[in-house]
Design a protein. Structure first.
Length: 94
């Protein structure tokens, strides 16, 4: 798998994992606050440690990347599985 770091928006940095030219996963974070803004792993490649690998690789360059309070249920489950301090999850979408 190959990793590429990209500046994907005015306020975001993203690590993209590709394999044989196909996008497998990405992790993006706010360039200043270092808060995770998005993570996605292709469905057929989930539960293989790819998201955790992306986070570990991102932290080599930006050690204080951290989880957001805004997490999906899947994102919350993944974040909790890492046994790291987490901000309380924001759930009020009304």
């Amino acid at each position: 798998m190959t990793l590429t770091r990209q500046h994907t928006a005015p306020d975001r940095e993203t690590l993209v994992a590709t394999e044989n030219g196909e996008r497998i996963a990405y992790l993006s974070w706010h360039w200043y606050t270092h808060e995770i803004k998005g993570i996605k792993v292709r469905e057929d490649r989930r539960r293989q440690g790819i998201a955790t690998w992306l986070l570990r690789e991102a932290r080599r360059e930006v050690p204080d990347i951290h989880h957001s309070a805004i997490r999906t249920e899947d994102g919350d489950a993944w974040a909790k599985s890492l046994h790291e301090p987490l901000p309380e999850r924001f759930q009020d979408w009304s």
